[in-house]
Design a protein around this ligand. Structure first.
Ligand SMILES: [Zn+2]
Length: 353
């Protein structure tokens, strides 16, 4: 069977990368004639202006997005079409990248990803998170032709966003386990060992990193590399399977039940991962728990556990939220008492530090 795989031409993670964007693109043999910049009105705009100035992009080629909605995608697509643009450059955290890569997928242009936050593995994935008719959906999108990360920009992100990226990356361990299970049981027909190896080693690079100082250049490179590799693993697999299993179902369930929550994607995924691994494999639980502890992430997770009932309801809902995504939770008989006691036990562990 032949799979068409789209991988980025280059990944550059270095200090001052934004100021050197012209040199980076030239070195990669990428010559952009007619770009548009997708960004937002927040801090990302300051970063976008640095890139825009270096590439001599006029102000009327900037478009600012407000949220992750389908309407915004169509607006960006119309904008790129009207300017006959050959490149969409997404500069920002989640929404500018999601909208940029989905708009360029629909439009057929190239996409360049310039993440300013390290909080999730959507930096270079073929999947965009878009709100369609009020519902958050994962839709197929363009892989970026290149990824440019400025270490100094990532260093400016609040630690919460770095924690979120760590938890999203570490969750590959859980996702892979669910993918293998679903394949073994015949609920998933596609399985790719190469994709698994990439997703797994991306996770392990963070899990096994000894120095837990998250603001070190070396760590930021490892984390960002890992997040990009996760996206590539999804592209090779032809689905988000290597990076999304029961722990992501928990996060999706939480968002569905409590759409106004302000927690980051990785925070909900991290909590889901602790709960699922507690039920599935205590060794995995211990490994994840001690990783979160040594990165000092547990303190942050206490906020998510303030509303214990929401955790319980989301765990219950996670079992049925994606019928097409068979996971370990499908094998657990729902028993209110057990699930409540798991939530309480994990909460107790977290609050004891
Ligand atoms: Zn994720």
């Amino acid at each position: 069977m032949y799979n068409s795989i789209d991988v980025p031409l280059f990944i550059t993670i270095e200090k001052e990368a934004l100021f050197n964007v012209k040199r980076i693109l030239e070195k990669a043999n990428l010559f952009i004639n007619n770009p548009v910049i997708v960004t937002d009105k927040g801090k990302s705009y300051d970063y976008a202006k640095i890139v825009g100035k270096r590439l001599k992009i006029k102000k009327d080629r900037y478009i600012f997005v407000n949220d992750n909605t389908y309407e915004e995608v169509k607006r960006v697509e119309r904008f790129a079409r009207s300017l006959k643009s050959d490149f969409i450059i997404g500069i920002g955290g989640g929404k500018s990248l999601d909208i940029g890569k989905f708009a360029s997928f629909r439009y057929g242009g190239y996409f360049l990803s310039v993440p300013t936050l390290p909080s999730h593995d959507g930096i270079a994935s073929p999947v965009a998170s878009i709100i369609i008719d009020g519902k958050r959906m994962s839709v197929g999108a363009s892989m970026p032709v290149g990824i440019i990360v400025d270490i100094n920009v990532i260093k400016n992100s609040p630690k919460r966003f770095i924690y979120s990226g760590i938890m999203d990356l570490v969750s590959n361990i859980s996702a892979i386990s669910d993918w293998e299970l679903a394949y073994r049981k015949g609920y998933e027909i596609k399985y790719n060992g190469f994709s698994k190896a990439i997703a797994f080693s991306a996770s392990e690079s963070v899990l096994n990193y000894d120095d837990k100082n998250i603001y070190k250049d070396e760590f930021i490179k490892i984390l960002l590399n890992g997040l990009v590799l996760s996206g590539i693993a999804m592209e090779i697999a032809g689905s988000s399977r290597p990076a999304s299993g029961a722990e992501h179902n928990f996060s999706h369930a939480y968002d569905l039940l409590y759409p106004d929550n302000q927690f980051l994607h990785g925070e909900k995924v991290g909590v889901g991962h602790l709960l699922v691994s507690f039920l599935r494999d205590r060794n995995e639980y211990k490994k994840i728990f001690s990783c979160f502890k040594s990165f000092k992430i547990l303190e942050e997770l206490k906020n998510v556990f303030q509303k214990e009932d929401r955790i319980f309801e989301s765990l219950k809902k996670a079992k049925e939220i994606r019928k097409d995504r068979y996971s370990f939770l499908n094998e657990v008989t729902f028993d209110e008492k057990t699930f409540r006691s798991v939530v309480k036990r994990v909460k107790k562990d977290i609050f004891s530090f």
